[in-house]
Design a protein around this ligand. Structure first.
Ligand code: ATP
Length: 442
């Protein structure tokens, strides 16, 4: 396969997602709403697993990082300090391909400065969704939906520092919704106006920032590999000087080979001390750090790995999608890491025969406290195996008429399609042994 062509078309993924209950168009019965999507029963599990894997790696397994959950609506001055109110209210043109935006006075002609693609018409544009707080719709009551989760971390820097008493370097992590009134959306859940971010702000001593920036670029790249994303589908891209925000000292993107081509999955930026300094200035509250060792006050620098939950969900679906031929028939299988798989185990009685049902229900009840489990008794067993393959379920437990005699069930493995007989009383421990290690990330 040539290096830069995805293994699957976007339409194939979109239709699988709708057919199997991963992702539906939002407000579907009203004809949908542009660029808005709803996660269905399987999509919500996949999304939860992505966030859980991130939280485990970034918070649970680290002594130097804690989490927060800040509100989406924040004091309007937050967005003045961060530059979002002013920075996005100029007439902007946007590159139709790479989505970089410029003020009209920054570009010559109608082509993108970086990739040469056409630009949109200029529009007076603020990226933030504006609304009003309270019953009166006037300027004094204007608030914004946050366009990034990061600012909720910066404004809580002092609260967190005084309560957790950590020394630098330390980080604050957050997962939550963000909203951007993007000029161009599209490519399914890749670019939407409501999306979810997983962001870390890692505070370091000035002078050590480059070392930590390189550390986080490597660490984050490896995280995708650990989750089973194929190495040849991932690429690091260092930002050119002219792409950097004026305060940023460096930025690297982790790009993924999506069906529409290489595009950003995560950005890692060295933001210097810009954010804390700006909030100190606008709030009048000191946001310095006192370093006991060197006996000095300074404003920490911050390294920010910032990734999108929805883009990760899309990358996983694309990356794990495979079509195989099995006994002359096409088999679609999502070879998804069991840790991320929406359903870990499917319990499948061979038929709805009244003798099989009570035993099958009993086995389902035994398994479901341990793993996300699905009970499925509709259609032929072959079709049910195909359905589970298509949604990435790693293991199926089948109860047949022999089970009533020999007290054993069949366990079938998704990728190899191998089947083994296991005593019913050992089913849970067997599943734990098979899945246990795969459900841990370091
Ligand atoms: P892009 O240029 O692709 O729109 P960005 O550089 O504006 O992304 P950041 O501000 O760095 O994005 O946000 C960090 C992460 O949040 C991105 O890497 C992406 O995973 C996610 N993200 C940003 N905007 C969107 C969006 N409109 N829809 C879905 N995810 C998004």
């Amino acid at each position: 396969m040539p290096e830069d062509i995805s293994n699957v078309a976007m339409d194939t993924i979109v239709s699988l997602c709708k057919r199997r209950g991963f992702i539906f168009p939002s407000s579907d019965i009203y004809g949908g709403l542009e660029s808005c999507w709803d996660y269905g029963p399987l999509g919500v599990e996949l999304k939860r697993n992505v966030k859980e894997a991130w939280w485990k790696s970034m918070v649970q397994h680290r002594a130097d990082i804690v989490g927060i959950d800040a509100s989406i609506i924040m004091h309007p001055n937050v967005w003045k300090a961060s530059g979002h109110v002013e920075g996005f209210s100029d007439p902007l043109v946007e590159c139709k391909k790479c989505n970089l935006r410029w003020r009209t006075d920054e570009v010559e002609g109608d082509k993108c400065k970086i990739c040469g693609s056409p630009l949109t018409e200029p529009r007076l544009f603020n990226l933030m969704f504006k609304t009003f707080m309270g019953p009166v719709e006037n300027d004094a009551n204007v608030v914004y939906l946050r366009p990034e989760t990061a600012q909720g971390i910066f404004v809580n820097f002092d609260n967190v520092m005084t309560t957790i008493r950590k020394k630098l370097p330390f980080g604050i992590a957050q997962i939550g919704k963000s909203f951007r009134n993007e000029i161009t959306t599209g490519n399914f859940i890749f670019r939407t106006r409501e999306f979810e971010q997983m962001e870390l702000e890692y505070f370091v001593k000035p002078g050590t920032d480059e070392k930590w920036f390189n550390y986080w670029v490597q660490e984050r790249f490896n995280w995708y590999l650990k989750l089973g994303i194929k190495k040849e589908h991932l690429k690091l891209r260092e930002h050119e000087k002219e792409e950097l925000a004026h305060y940023a000292k460096g930025c690297s993107d982790i790009n993924y080979l999506f069906p529409m081509g290489w595009a950003e999955l995560e950005g890692i930026a060295n933001r210097g001390d810009f954010d804390l300094k700006q909030h100190a200035l606008h709030s009048g509250k000191g946001l310095d750090y006192f370093d006991n060792e060197s006996n000095e006050h300074y404003t920490p620098y911050v390294i920010e790995p910032s990734s999108g939950v929805d883009r990760m969900v899309l990358a996983i679906l694309v990356d794990s999608y495979e079509e195989e031929e099995v006994r002359g028939e096409k088999r679609v299988v999502l070879k998804i890491n069991p840790m991320l798989a929406p359903i870990k185990v499917a319990v499948l009685p061979l038929s709805r025969n009244e003798k099989l049902v009570p035993l099958s229900q009993e086995i389902y009840d035994q398994i479901k406290p341990h793993f996300m489990t699905q009970y499925d008794d509709s259609q032929s067993i072959g079709r049910r195996y195909r359905r589970q393959d298509e949604t990435g379920t790693p293991l199926c437990v089948t109860i047949d008429f022999d089970s009533l005699e020999d007290n054993q069930v069949t366990i079938r493995e998704r990728d190899s399609m191998e089947q083994i007989r296991v005593p019913i009383k050992e089913v849970v421990s067997h599943l734990q042994e098979k899945l246990g290690k795969t459900l841990i990330i370091d």
